[in-house]
Design a protein around this ligand. Sequence first.
Ligand code: PEP
Ligand code: MG
Length: 319
Amino acid sequence: DGYAVSLWVNLGLGADLCQALSVPAEGVGLFRSEVPFMQCQVFPSEAKQTEIYRQILRAFAPKPVIIRTLDIGGDKTLPYFHVDEDNPYLGWRGLRFSLDHPDIFKIQLRAMVLASEGLDNLHVMVPMVSQVNEVRTVRRYLNAVVAQCQQEGRAVHLPALGMMVEVPAAAMQVRAFASSVDFFSVGTNDLVQYMLAVDRNNARVSSLFDCFHPAVLQLLQKVVDDAHACHKPISVCGELAADPLAAPLLVAMGFDALSMSATGLDTVRWVLHKLTLAACQKLLKKVLLCDNGEVVVSLLKEALKGAGLGYSVGLDEGE
Ligand code: PEP
Ligand code: MG
């Protein structure tokens, strides 16, 4: 119906790059910078990181590329930096680690900024934020790094700075964060884990990891409304964006972009092509009245099947 939603691609492994370049995405919504860190034997140098980031930025230029700063901790560990914690998911993760290691963090920011010279498509994003002061500190570091590079004669500009919304406290405080960031992106993998108190990688409780839980859907709607009330763009870069059942709901909520692995893009594009915004909104209104995720999913399946999209959501025509 002419309503535009941007579809972006997520990247991590170098091998993803070729595949990502082969799909028609409007940009990179999430480059997981910890992946190259995990493949090294020591912390990669500024020069090494600059080379890695420049390869991605150049491959997609002039399209925007969101590079996320190091997100280790939880299930992601570095072979050369051991951390022993009783509860790693609630521990030294993501930005918390970076802010406690300004030396490592500033090298990473410098490498990103230097890699963007002459390309200017870099967007920087920080993970695992729970306090407004954390983002204010990042803003100060980023300003200082850019000023330093400019003093060294490099033709670099201040990139857009965004944050992941993946801790419930941050989701509740989007309006307070808005003056410190240029954009938001929702990490549903962690947001759902922390909202429902379900380890995202524990098979014993995997049936409880329910992205369609009404509490999750209501919070997602609040996050979009709050970001837009502050005139900030907001996307989803968690796995939920690649779910053809969820994509119509995310569009109806008002998300500006959905970012997903290259393999999910075609199906989501197809499903969204086939539905009008009004149909998505009608569906959203209906599911927001449900009191559990199971009912939400069956309503969604029924609706998409009715729209001739059963095959896209894994339903045989006879099912
Ligand atoms: C998320 O939490 O949804 C996310 C995109 O980040 P990651 O999966 O890398 O933790
Ligand atoms: Mg995450």
